[in-house]
Ligand binder design. Structure first.
Ligand SMILES: Cc1cc2nc3c(=O)[nH]c(=O)nc-3n(C[C@H](O)[C@H](O)[C@H](O)COP(=O)(O)OP(=O)(O)OC[C@H]3O[C@@H](n4cnc5c(N)ncnc54)[C@H](O)[C@@H]3O)c2cc1C
Length: 484
């Protein structure tokens, strides 16, 4: 199959680039080895929109983080994605931590992050009374925010798709070659694609793909981060995101609320061999609890609803690598996009779009379709709005997920989106059915029924998250018949 532009990776970076380029005259295809958008690091991170105070001044991380963070509010509003500018604190417990915080303040000011201020322990406790009373100092970062990383990625993909971008899943890129005719020949597990322009946004595999086409090798270190996700708590015990003083492995363990009022604690930072090993370990989770308790002595693990981990793609050189691939005509890349990659994603999309449009001479489309306005979630409506929604569509009167109050209509809409859900996890991340306290214990069978109806597939073909993750093996009547 021929496409003008081929993007490898449907994470937040690939989708941001696809959306930006979908405003130009070109056929665009996004390939991903997974079964859906946002199945890599973009689904398993802290969801923080970093203000940009700790990236090395002048680095690609600093530039894209600060620009990306400034774009977030408008982008999320346009796409209908949750975003809250809740602010952040970096806390220190020792007298000498003041020097670390002053260093961060100076760095942040060099990066042009506004509003940074060192607070005394007393001032910080006034803002966040559930903090450890032994806190000595805190750096306040009022411009930091939080978002839903996968909801952002889905919305970017949907907007790209309504503007003609084709998404193809279960396509693992195995080989890249530049033909004599100047076209890229891309071999996947399913077949072959040819493209004029190639964009590598393959996350933890981005260096492997880079090394197939470049004489200047890159090396990704897989750095796993493990988490606890706690049930929704009202009021949230911390309004602001709370960091501890950073280490050389990263920003350290964070205590934060999410945009859905859960509490998230983590992540660890462990270098591992396998970039797809998202298991959690007793040791890793113990570290998360020990470190989080220092920030939040009142932490109660009985409200845990899930543990998970994500893999950072840390390039050995320590910075993001964004731009043209040296010596590979028509090839572009975003390699080593670890944290703050989510915060930087809108800026990385913008940067690659600017570069590619200029280099390849792309022309703007006469019409660019705006994003489809997402309806207000049923659980955020007032009682009057809910009554009206049910009157207009009785499927809103059928609550499928009781923990998160998600209706049958919302689940059907999640499957019918431009890049719609095809799996149980796809529904869960798009509309939160199964995200609550029971983690899908009650609603999963009903969601399977709806997926089977909407996709016109037998229930035995419905998976949790693609591949062999089937949920049902058959029906009891057939099984009993077999025994007769
Ligand atoms: C623990 C953790 C915490 C983080 N916290 C934050 C945070 O709070 N704030 C922040 O700004 N950033 C954070 N980040 C960083 C952020 O999550 C990433 O920078 C961002 O998600 C990277 O997006 P991506 O699209 O590059 O990668 P991914 O989301 O991993 O997407 C890459 C895609 O490429 C696909 N792919 C790979 N190889 C192939 C192949 N051969 N063929 C086809 N497809 C392929 C994968 O399936 C995947 O879908 C965190 C990261 C981690 C892991």
């Amino acid at each position: 199959m021929y496409t003008d532009i081929l993007i490898i990776g449907a994470g937040v970076i690939g989708c941001a680039v696809a959306r930006e380029l979908s405003a130009y005259e070109a056929s665009i295809t996004v390939l991903d080895r997974a079964c859906d958008v946002s199945e890599g690091a973009s689904k398993a991170n802290t969801g923080l929109v970093h203000a940009g105070f700790d990236a090395e001044p002048g680095s690609m991380k600093a530039k894209t983080n600060v620009r990306g963070a400034a774009m977030f509010q408008d982008l999320c509003e346009e796409l209908g994605v949750p975003y809250v500018q809740n602010g952040a604190l970096v806390v220190g417990f020792e007298e000498e931590d003041r020097f670390v915080l002053e260093g961060l303040l100076k760095r942040g000011e060099e990066n042009k992050v506004e509003g940074l201020k060192i607070l005394s322990g007393k001032e910080a406790l006034k803002l966040e009374p559930n903090l450890n009373p032994n806190i000595s100092y805190a750096l306040s970062i009022p411009s930091a925010g939080i978002t839903s990383p996968y909801e952002l990625t889905f919305a970017l993909a949907d907007h790209a798709a309504v503007n003609g971008v084709s998404f193809q899943f279960n396509q693992e890129v195995k080989n890249l070659n530049l033909d004599e005719d100047g076209l890229w020949r891309v071999t996947t597990n399913q077949g072959e694609f040819t493209a004029k322009i190639l964009i590598n946004c393959a996350g933890e595999q981005s260096a492997v793909l880079h090394n197939m086409i470049s004489a200047e090798p890159l090396h990704i270190i897989h750095r796993r981060g493990q988490y606890y996700l706690l049930d929704r708590i009202q009021p949230v015990p911390f309004e602001r995101t709370v960091f501890q003083c950073p280490t050389k492995m990263g920003k350290g363990v964070v205590v934060s609320r999410t945009v859905h009022n859960n509490m998230i604690i983590g992540p660890t930072a462990e270098d591992i061999e396998d970039g797809q090993d998202t298991s959690t370990t007793a040791e890793g989770l113990k570290t998360v609890v020990e470190k989080s308790c220092l920030t939040w002595p009142g932490l109660a693990l009985r409200s845990t609803i899930s543990n998970f981990s994500g893999i950072r793609a840390h390039e050995k050189g320590g910075d993001f690598i964004i731009g043209e691939v040296n010596g590979a005509k028509g090839a572009y890349e975003a390699v080593g996009i670890e944290s703050p990659g989510l915060s930087a994603a809108p800026a990385i999309g913008e940067m690659l779009r600017g570069l590619i449009v200029k280099k390849e001479g792309l022309q703007k489309k006469a019409s660019f379709v705006p994003p489809i306005k997402r309806p207000k979630p049923f659980n955020e409506m007032t009682v009057e709005e809910q009554a009206k929604a049910v009157e207009e569509n009785p499927l809103h009167g059928h609550i499928v997920c009781r923990c998160e109050v998600v209706t049958e209509e919302e689940i059907r809409q999640a499957i019918r989106r431009p890049v719609g859900a095809t799996t149980l996890d796809g529904v869960k991340r798009r509309v939160r059915a199964g995200m609550g306290r029971c983690q899908g214990g009650f609603c999963s069978p009903k969601v399977i029924d709806i997926l089977s109806e909407e996709l016109n597939l037998p229930k035995t073909e419905i998976t949790k998250s693609g591949g062999q993750s089937y949920l049902l093996t058959g029906n009891i009547t057939d099984a009993l018949k077999g025994e007769e």
